[in-house]
Design a protein around this ligand. Sequence first.
Ligand code: GLN
Length: 486
Amino acid sequence: MADTPRTIHELSAAFTKGAASPVAVAEAYLARIGALDERVGAFLTVTRDAALAAARASEARYRAGAPLSPIDGAPIALKDVFCTAGVRTTCGSKILEHFVPPYDATMVDRLRRAGAVILGKTNMDEFAMGSSTEHSGFQLTRNPWDLTRVPGGSSGGSAAAVAGGLAAGSFGTDTGGSVRQPAAFCGIVGFKPTYGRISRYGLIAFASSLDHVAPFALDIVDAALLLGVTAGHDPLDATSVAAPVPDYVARLAGGVSGLRIGVPDEYFGTGLDPEVERSVRAAIDVLRDLGATVERVSLPSTEYGVATYYIVAPAEASSNLARYDGVKYGLRVPGGRDLIDMVSRTRAAGFGAEVKRRIMLGTYALSTGYYDAYYGQAQKVRTLVRREFEAAFARVDLLAAPTTPGVAFKHGEKADPLAMYMNDVYTIPASMTGLPAVSVPCGFSASGLPIGLQLIGRALDEPTLLRAAHAYEQATPWRGRVPELA
Ligand code: GLN
């Protein structure tokens, strides 16, 4: 493998022509993981034998002229939040350190049926709670652009894997920004589809009304491919959307001419790094030069997004995480006086500080006497946020904004939980409303760190979002740039 990582669409074109072999490519990625992941820390588990077996099967299909999909043979990494049959799935938590699921998540099953070569499971903030991957119960992940900095989170391992050339594509989950934010920090594409577009079945739950499965990719064509093979109705997920799945790649062409793009004032306020602002505004100028019309819009409730999210997400988490009781799954600390004591000891030992903080916040917000004041109120604000987006989308087709207020920060720099939470100020609204949103690379800071442009679209209008991001990517030099690691 050349040291320049190749996109999935380039790989599959090479496989089809016989110019590359899925087995050789899988071996090259596994070798690169072996050589470099000690420094990056992207993977928690590498499934070498299964990957090579999948690559051999893929190779046979190409030889027979019958690949299963345009991602057949593509080396893919999965955040350790997706259940994988027979493969340890930790969710970044000591409480699930030895958990081996008996089944595959629907999206994993779909990837396998599409012929993907799954390389392994990637590091994450425990239960996907965090913005830096520093809350993993196991290890630190480093940003391939600067190993002293975080890759973002909570899907930091999956983002670092793609940026580091350790996987051609990967998947994470985005509950409040956990795919878009690490994509921005690592200089790659992170695409959060509409809520319910990709099944959550087999995804270890954090906040069920906010959890989205989402791909990371080197470019928009790859993001469209990964979305195409995993999206679609799933009877096993009650919130799965039944709408048909369009051919996303076929609809990438066409440019942005005539598209109306809204720029929300509230996404350019205090706290935004001037370098990020400059790059994002320049990106919006590019879209205008390509034929889009650009206008200012207002989303006044943006300032309440983080506060609202930190009621709703912990409330749902406190309920979802009640299942880790030392009985049903994972860790049990024995030797307690009675059942309650065993459960307490297990949860005290198995959960990290951030997870405990969320469980306490959520339990408090849901308690009798506080429910209306906190959870009920937060749900009302969530409705207001949704209405503001609806009003904006009556006028414009897309919104353009920064993905994050700043570039990747140093390990340990945001020890204060509130400083960490503020990282998601621009990503949380699209999570709370379930709207599709993408982060696409739009330049670098003076210190060489990537910056992300965020585009937000109408519900189920992934095609327009992908088309605009693709047009931007084609017109600028940032597509598929990766750091020198070797
Ligand atoms: N950083 C946010 C949180 O800690 C979002 C996490 C996510 O999207 N999974 O909750």
